[in-house]
Design a protein around this ligand. Structure first.
Ligand SMILES: [Zn+2]
Ligand SMILES: [Zn+2]
Length: 342
């Protein structure tokens, strides 16, 4: 079968590899679509680690083709999406349901093979943990690839304790910033302000219903946020792009007892100046979020059925033969999300 193989930073190759066969407890999936995440690009750039020789891809949708011995509750022909987290199930965090925080976590697409290949062997641990989720009837496979990113965004907004009627500032309107916007609207946020330097992305934020879409090159973020929030500041601000200096406007934009969340990953070795009194006197909650719990994956998949605009996040499609071009298009910041389709 054809597969993209990670040979090291800057080196992903399309190769022909043997088609896997499912052993006991495993599944074989015929891939339909795989989303390319900015974290895949960070691996490509050498900012994030992955195993040399791994098949990347953690936003995977496909059809079950073969079922290994001892698997129950799943059927051949079913369309499924995966929570790609392999967790031990027994550690402090797993026992709390926080498998994304598992002390022994490995992830498909980084340490274990992912979906940038015609067939994907689903490990027995993923099957037995219940991380194989049937796609609801009528949800297109391309949209279902957004389950993983949307689960991460759901985790982010829950870390912000976003409430219906609440207010939010999003710093960055890339695919993840825009998914924050769509989900915040779906969950009933009244005010969602988006700050982004790229005019095309700002226009997309407006089409997606941003209360205010501002370009920080032309407009001061704090002043604009205060004006749009009766002088209070917003309930929460999320840094959705890996620019460390954005912590500063985020802290300045939230109200007292507001939340600032660092959602994006940052280049290794990043550091920032922070006045601790800003956090102290204003009782600001400073947090981050990374990946999501299996429960958030399950709810994200259901949420996609009521978020028709989410389909617009996938702007580029490449066949597996042109898988490398999917990377290039994201590296070039061309459009929003790229898919590999089969
Ligand atoms: Zn992702
Ligand atoms: Zn664990």
């Amino acid at each position: 079968m054809k597969a993209c193989i990670f040979h090291g930073p800057g080196d992903i190759r399309l190769e022909s590899v043997p088609e896997p066969r499912p052993g006991p407890g495993e599944l074989l999936m015929r891939m339909e679509a795989a989303g390319l995440c900015y974290s895949d690009i960070r691996v490509y750039k050498g900012e994030k680690k992955a195993r040399i020789g791994v098949i990347p891809g953690h936003e995977n949708v496909g059809i079950i083709m073969e079922i290994g011995e001892g698997v129950d509750g799943l059927e051949i022909g079913q369309r499924v999406v995966l929570c790609p987290i392999i967790a031990c199930g027994r550690c402090f965090y797993c026992l709390r349901g926080l498998r994304n925080r598992c002390l022994k976590r490995v992830t498909m697409g980084y340490e274990e093979n992912g979906g940038l290949a015609q067939y994907l062997l689903v490990p027995a641990s993923i099957v037995s943990l219940g991380h194989v989720l049937p796609v609801p009837e009528g949800l297109p496979p391309e949209v279902a690839t957004l389950t993983e990113p949307l689960a991460c965004v759901l985790n982010s907004l829950e870390a912000c304790r976003l409430q219906p009627g609440g207010s939010l500032l999003l710093l960055g309107a890339g695919p993840m910033g825009l998914l924050h916007l769509l989900l915040a609207r779906t969950l009933g946020a009244a005010t969602v302000i988006v700050s982004e330097v790229d005019e095309g992305r700002l226009r997309q934020a407006q089409r997606f219903g941003a209360s205010l879409a501002l370009n920080p090159a032309r407009q001061e973020i704090q002043a604009a946020v205060l004006e749009a929030s009766d002088g209070l500041g917003v309930d929460a601000a999320v840094v959705t792009t890996g620019v460390p200096s954005l912590l500063e406007p985020a802290l300045a934009a939230v109200r007292r007892q507001g939340t600032v969340s660092l959602f994006a990953g940052f280049p290794p070795g990043s550091s920032i100046d922070l006045d601790p009194n800003t956090v102290h006197y204003n009782e600001i909650r400073l947090t981050g979020s990374q990946n999501a719990t299996p429960d958030q994956y399950r709810r994200a998949l259901q949420l996609l059925t009521v978020m028709p605009q989410a389909a617009e996040i996938n702007t580029h499609r490449f066949p597996i033969d042109e898988g490398i071009k999917a990377y290039e298009s994201r590296l070039g910041m061309d459009g929003l999300k790229s898919l590999v389709i089969f």
